[in-house]
Design a protein around this ligand. Structure first.
Ligand SMILES: CC(C)(COP(=O)(O)OP(=O)(O)OC[C@H]1O[C@@H](n2cnc3c(N)ncnc32)[C@H](O)[C@@H]1OP(=O)(O)O)[C@@H](O)C(=O)NCCC(=O)NCCS
Length: 167
């Protein structure tokens, strides 16, 4: 299918559409302050997908300092994916993948050496998306979500390798 969507950074005027997408797609919802605060702290890693001027998907990320997963010593910066969603009628067209690629690329601006995220173990679509982006399951967090479902902790090293070509 021909791609007609555009991937770009979030801007404050997108907030309502992003919150609508979040509420439509996920049980984990956040206040407007939460979205705005992440944008103000890490503007480059808050990305939206737009189709005909309408925001139809988003992802946002926090840069954290922690123990590296892929080497032995020191501390490192990591991109922590906080939330991603694409409106149901726009799913399966490559928008989620393109948004994630852009988010991961943007974490490099903050000197991240890896990316990680939590995902419901039963969320096959998201787990497959992350695997396609090079993430692997590092471990499983028991009863991570308020409804009792477990989460996979998935991570991958950055940057992209020269073998990883854009879709
Ligand atoms: C997960 C989500 C963001 C994927 O967005 P998307 O735009 O539909 O994803 P893409 O079209 O870019 O798909 C990329 C890959 O993800 C996987 N994938 C996406 N949807 C899938 C599905 N329904 N079933 C199985 N695999 C799926 C596939 O590997 C796909 O590659 P392919 O099309 O070559 O097979 C979307 O399904 C969504 O918003 N879900 C609800 C919110 C959510 O669960 N967020 C994640 C919380 S951790």
């Amino acid at each position: 299918m021909q791609t007609t969507f555009k991937i770009r950074r979030f801007k404050p005027a997108d907030l309502e559409q992003v919150m609508h997408t979040n509420r439509t797609c996920l049980p984990e919802n956040y206040s407007s302050f939460f979205f705005t605060n992440l944008y103000e702290r890490f503007p480059a890693t808050f990305i939206v997908g737009e189709e005909n001027g309408k925001v139809v998907g988003y992802a946002m990320c926090r840069i954290e300092r922690g123990i590296p997963s892929f080497k032995i010593i020191g501390l490192t910066k990591k991109g922590h994916l906080i939330s991603i969603a694409v409106l149901p009628e726009y799913q399966r067209r490559g928008i989620g993948y393109a948004i994630m690629r852009e988010v991961m690329q943007a974490t490099l601006l903050y000197e991240a050496t890896e990316c990680f995220l939590e995902v419901r173990v039963g969320n096959t679509a998201a787990v497959n998306l992350y695997k396609k982006l090079g993430f692997r399951i590092a471990r499983t967090k028991r009863r991570y979500y308020v409804d009792g479902e477990d989460a996979h902790l998935m991570s991958r090293k950055l940057p992209f390798t020269s073998k990883e070509t854009p879709r």
